[in-house]
Design a binder for this molecule. Structure first.
Ligand code: ZN
Length: 190
């Protein structure tokens, strides 16, 4: 799983503890006194924070941690390659908003570069969240099909790179992902 909910969305620290609700028993009380967890009180309001940052005192829940993880993605790369037929390579940089699409179908390679609008770049984290990109498996491989179609997706943030590889097998959201890439780049990707 690619999301660390304990990471503080504000300062990036992983020095966080869980917030516990309800009436605390002696064990919980002891842990709270030792600073291993934080007491959240007895009442829940629906979107209560679940984690507390010991470094900057921010509080957040899983949903906010997930949004922050998608917003930290700086570069998205994706590729599709069909043996002896065609090949797509896409790179979207959300920091400088530069997009490069390389397409090859047997002839000369076609390279398109453009700069996307700020509003388009701002919307992208929410869009890739809608296809659950951070929850995709690392490999989707159909062992019975050779050649055929290979694809990849890569997510780069400051602290890490996530690489996903596929061969003739796809996550459920693959088509929706391809539509997002096509729309952002203005070029076919499928
Ligand atoms: Zn923090």
């Amino acid at each position: 799983m690619a999301v660390n909910y304990r990471r503080c969305p504000v300062c990036g620290s992983k020095n966080s503890i869980k917030i516990i609700y309800g009436y605390p028993g002696p064990e919980i009380m002891e842990k709270a006194q030792a600073g291993e967890l934080k007491l959240g009180g007895c009442c829940l309001f629906g979107d209560d924070p679940e984690y507390y940052c010991k470094d900057c005192e921010s509080q957040w829940n899983k949903q906010q941690a997930l949004d922050a993880a998608y917003r930290r993605i700086k570069v998205i790369k994706a590729s599709i390659s069909r043996y002896f037929r065609d090949r797509y390579n896409v790179e979207i940089n959300l920091e400088n908003r530069k997009v490069t699409v390389t397409y090859w179908d047997g002839g000369e390679e076609e390279i398109t570069r453009k700069t996307i609008r700020q509003t388009t770049a701002d919307k992208l984290p929410e869009q890739i969240k809608s296809v659950n990109l951070l929850f995709w498996k690392r490999r989707y491989v159909d062992p019975l099909t050779l050649d055929g179609t290979q694809w990849s997706a890569e997510l780069l943030s400051d602290e890490r790179t996530i690489k996903i590889y596929g061969s003739n097998q796809y996550p459920e959201e693959w088509d929706a992902f391809c539509r997002i890439i096509s729309k952002v780049t203005g070029k076919s990707f499928r």
